[in-house]
Design a protein around this ligand. Structure first.
Ligand code: NAD
Length: 391
């Protein structure tokens, strides 16, 4: 090493409090190779330390995975794609690695450098992961459920959690209504029957939505949209929400009659779940709730699988103590093919509530815009808790 270089390294070690071995083990990246953009280094040196010169000490890990992730500003750890994500990638160094959602070791390699992390519902954004991401400013959740994100830990760490609470509500509401009709009219079975050459019409005698009582559990965004649509179909709509009172003006607006929990269970022909997953709502539909339902009732769940005790549901379905279930979400996803899949009175979809072209475009655009806003130092539009990052 020449004298000039030695002096540079000596001052680096002093200024940035790194040892010679740390310096030697560090991955050094030529300034010019950083996607042609003027990168500030403070983002991957905890504590706001920045390196001048044409070299960056980005990490002290010689691990090749860390090396690969070295320059990542934005990690997209699930399939969140579209023009809005492409726009982010033009401005920041963005990597999509969907395997990182399942592989903690792979994920750990990105955490030291990322400033933004875009997820759906598979990636677990835990307190531990947040602690390992000292430069992280924003977690962008493309969707609405926040049960995979430790929002309290994020708030403590000063990390903004941006999400898209409204963008897919309509699609979920339409699926809930679609599942009701599909179940009542035996659509999947009828389709299979015709494909196999059948035309046995009486076998598919179904039922109408009109005149049936729909019990909506959770009168938030999706619950209200379901109510509005159900009313158009001529259903008698009742609802229960632990945090919405019987005199809430929204109930009139959406044509919902608030009823106590047990009354909803005991009088509804169809029960549709639209509560978030919380410790309180886990197994809200348990053996007791299922036992109160009418033997002719249909249970629809497009919220979260764990809201329904699946073992208890299996038991009542097998014994014919309720008429059927239509489930978009499961206690374990993806589920193992088991006894539920064998039942004739069950209709199953693979968590597709939000998966429409329209909803996805709205979700991806909204989350990408909020991530960009935070990275530019502006407040995000749709956040959980604090609106501004503290780092
Ligand atoms: P929201 O927050 O607008 O409404 C949820 C409602 O549930 C609120 O009114 C709340 O007061 C009520 N609630 C909370 N705890 C309750 C309890 N213990 N008992 C009764 N009511 C309770 O949420 P939203 O936008 O309507 O979404 C509802 C849920 O739908 C989400 O949390 C998410 O889990 C699920 N979801 C599923 C999909 C899918 O793909 N299937 C897509 C989007 C959302």
């Amino acid at each position: 090493m020449g004298l000039g270089r030695k002096r540079q390294v000596g001052s680096l070690m002093r200024d940035y409090k790194i040892t010679l071995s740390e310096y030697r083990n560090s991955v050094k990246v030529p300034w010019r190779k950083l996607a042609g953009k003027p990168f500030g280094c403070s983002r991957w040196l905890p504590g706001g330390r920045a390196l001048p010169l044409g070299w960056h000490v980005a990490t002290t890990s010689p691990d090749s995975k860390a090396r690969a992730s070295l320059m990542v500003d934005i990690l997209v750890s699930e399939a969140v794609r579209g023009p809005a994500i492409d726009a982010l990638a033009r401005e920041w160094n963005l990597v999509e690695d969907v395997q990182a959602a399942e592989d903690p070791e792979r994920l750990a390699a990105y955490l030291p450098t990322i400033r933004a992390w875009i997820v759906r519902n598979r990636t677990q954004v835990t307190a531990d992961a947040l602690a390992k991401a000292p430069c992280l400013q924003v977690v962008g959740r493309a969707g609405v459920g926040l049960d995979n994100i430790d929002c309290q830990a994020a708030e403590r760490a000063g990390v903004v959690v941006a999400f898209t609470p409204r963008e897919n509500s309509l699609s979920v509401a339409e699926l809930a209504i679609g599942l009701m009709i599909a179940w009542l009219r035996h659509l999947p079975k009828a389709d299979r029957h015709v494909r196999e050459g059948g035309w046995d019409r009486p076998r598919f005698l179904g039922g109408e939505l009109a005149g049936r009582r729909l019990g909506i559990v959770g009168l938030g965004r999706i619950g209200c949209l379901v109510a509005e649509r159900a009313a158009v179909f001529g259903m008698d709509v009742v609802g229960y929400d632990a945090y919405v009172s019987a005199d809430d003006p929204r109930l009139d607006e959406y044509g919902i009659q608030w009823v106590p929990w047990n009354e909803l269970l005991e009088t509804s022909d169809i029960i549709s779940c639209h509560v978030p997953l919380t410790p309180e709502t886990r197994h809200l539909i348990d053996a007791d709730a299922l036992g109160r339902m009418k033997p002719t009732a249909l249970l629809v769940n497009t919220a979260r699988g764990e809201i329904v005790d699946e073992a208890a549901l299996l038991a009542v379905l097998k014994e014919g103590r309720i008429a059927g279930a239509a489930l978009d979400v499961r206690e374990r996803e993806p589920p193992e093919v088991g006894a539920l899949e064998q039942l004739d009175n069950v209709l199953l979809t693979p968590h597709i509530g939000a998966f429409t072209h329209e909803a996805q475009e709205r979700v991806v655009t909204a989350v990408a815009e909020d991530v960009a806003r935070v990275l530019r130092g502006e407040p995000a539009r749709q956040v959980v808790g604090r609106a501004r990052p503290e780092r």
